[in-house]
Design a protein around this ligand. Structure first.
Ligand code: PNS
Length: 164
């Protein structure tokens, strides 16, 4: 079975991520979307919340599963017998860092990184920008699934109330 991983923070999942996951699902027999859990980084959503949203977003893709990992991506790949990492490339600016990670990962384990060019309509899309625009009241409705938009709006309102 040809199995691949789509790793990321997914804080939260965007339509750009889903475009890459969907295309990976048509290239591989099974795709695991793996949420990186890095306790030192502060996130808007907990790992469980990010995984819940992803599960809902990929429910229509029968060969896609969602999981979480802490530690090295290559250790996750070894545990799950995965030899391909799929990454979306939005622009040349993504390439330097992604190439470095791909080379590091292939030096650590027998994994190939497959780069998929992001569809042009999502080339500017990043979770960090979605959060920033939404926090300032901008319209991000075309950039994330509807149920993600609801949770994002709720969470940002909670944060704003906490911050007084
Ligand atoms: O969505 P992001 O923040 O670009 O995702 C980054 C992620 C989680 C894919 C990357 O940080 C990662 O692979 N982290 C796991 C730790 C690891 O393996 N580090 C070495 C990478 S060469």
């Amino acid at each position: 079975m040809r199995r691949a991983v789509c790793p990321g923070s997914f804080d939260p999942v965007t339509n750009g991520h889903l475009d890459i996951v969907q295309r990976a699902a048509s290239l591989f027999d099974e795709v695991i979307v793996a949420v990186g859990i890095n306790k030192s980084k502060s996130r808007l959503f907990t790992p469980d919340e990010r995984m819940d949203m992803l599960r809902q977003a990929v429910a229509h893709l029968p060969n896609v599963k969602v999981d979480g990992f802490s530690g090295l991506l290559t250790a996750f790949c070894a545990e799950h017998d995965i030899h391909a990492i799929v990454k979306g490339l939005r622009a040349v600016s993504d390439f330097d860092y992604e190439l470095q990670m791909a080379q590091m990962n292939s030096s650590l384990a027998e994994v190939e990184t497959v780069f998929v060019p992001t569809s042009p309509e999502y080339s500017f899309l990043a979770s960090s920008l979605v959060k920033e625009v939404a926090a300032f009241g901008g319209d991000v409705s075309g950039l994330v699934p509807g149920f993600v938009l609801e949770r994002l709006t709720e969470r940002l309102a909670e944060r704003a109330a906490e911050d007084g």
